[in-house]
Design a protein around this ligand. Structure first.
Ligand code: CUA
Length: 181
């Protein structure tokens, strides 16, 4: 039998399985099962796979919550002509971040060793939250409040870049995230 010619025996699936074929099927199945159970294992005992939740919400509602947080916890402003507020939300609380063409808003300042619920939503199209140099990557969609529970451990200034191509300004869609002691 060849891959080009039609099979000689039309009911080819009724031919007995070769031993080598069976062996490979068993090996592939066992490997699939190992990887399948490694996913929850890594989630619970490894340092991979963030615990995240997602909720449907309108971008307008989300923007209101973000503005309320900015108004309450703004500590300073940064930037040139376009000032961006730096917000220090209470430890253990909610931190909101907006993605839109082509910026992130606001700049968040978190405390090391404290746990936050970091919310992410896009106001328009698909963007990608990529925290550097930690390399945490999350898709950010409009209409979904994506919540990650995070505990930053190392103080410093981190970079946020957009890692989903979103148009002409994609490469300029960057921001900072501060972790303080
Ligand atoms: Cu936003 Cu690319």
């Amino acid at each position: 039998m060849s891959a080009i010619e039609p099979p000689v025996q039309r009911l080819w699936w009724k031919q007995p399985l070769d031993r080598a074929e069976l062996l490979w099927i068993v090996i592939a199945l066992v490997w699939c099962l190992i990887l399948f159970f490694m996913m929850p294992y890594w989630h619970l005992y490894g340092k991979q796979n963030l615990a995240n939740e997602a909720y449907r919400e309108s971008p307008d509602e989300y923007a209101k919550k973000t503005e309320a947080m900015v108004a309450k916890y703004k500590v300073r402003e940064e930037g040139g002509d376009l000032k961006v507020p730096v917000v220090h939300p209470p430890a253990g609380g909610d931190a909101y971040l907006i993605a839109r063409l082509w910026s992130w808003y606001p700049i968040l300042e978190l405390e090391a060793g404290k746990t936050y619920r970091l919310h992410l939503m896009s106001m328009d199209y698909l963007h990608g939250f990529s925290l550097q140099p930690e390399n945490i990557n999350i898709e950010v969609l409009p209409g979904y409040d994506h919540v990650i529970t995070v505990t930053p451990t190392h103080p410093g200034a981190y970079g946020i870049v957009c890692n989903e191509y979103c148009g002409i300004g994609h490469s300029t869609m960057t921001n900072k995230l501060y972790v303080v002691k």
